[in-house]
Design a protein. Structure first.
Length: 146
């Protein structure tokens, strides 16, 4: 897998991947999320693409949307084509996110996982992530954007 920054022409494939991975929610329009990300640290929005030397055309098989605010890093939309789970692609994407954030001087990376998503929680624990003793709070600032 080649990991590179997102390009606007990747939009349809990325939205399809996020849909296949069940990351899309009615209250989060993925196209709006992409458009916003492209205005802030677009170089931290990564896609994983299959090897172009293969017999089939390359395709997007993974994503990771990261950011750094000067205090903490965050990662969202880590996605791997469901047919390629357990092949190391998610691990590769997270390693690249971590490398890019360390290069910026980021001391800690945060992420959120829905509490009932046990498979994904196990994945992150296997990468060395642990639960912080915090409560995640949120407030929707833009309502009904889709």
């Amino acid at each position: 897998m080649l990991i590179r920054p997102f390009r606007e022409e990747d939009t349809d494939a990325v939205v399809a991947l996020w849909t296949d991975c069940q990351l899309v929610r009615p209250w989060n329009d993925p196209r709006s999320d992409i458009a916003r990300k492209l205005t802030e640290q677009p170089e931290l929005f990564l896609v994983g693409v299959t090897d172009q030397r293969a017999t089939e055309p390359s395709r997007i098989v993974g994503t990771a949307m990261a950011g750094y605010d000067g205090h903490r890093g965050w990662v969202h939309y880590l996605a791997v084509d469901p047919t390629l789970h357990r092949t190391g692609l998610g691990r590769q994407l997270m390693a690249e996110v971590e490398r890019l954030l360390v290069d910026r001087g980021c001391p800690k990376l945060n992420l959120q996982v829905r509490s009932d998503n046990l498979q994904v929680l196990a994945f992150y624990r296997g990468l060395g992530y642990g639960e912080d003793q915090v409560v995640s709070l949120g407030k929707r600032l833009i309502l009904n954007e889709s």
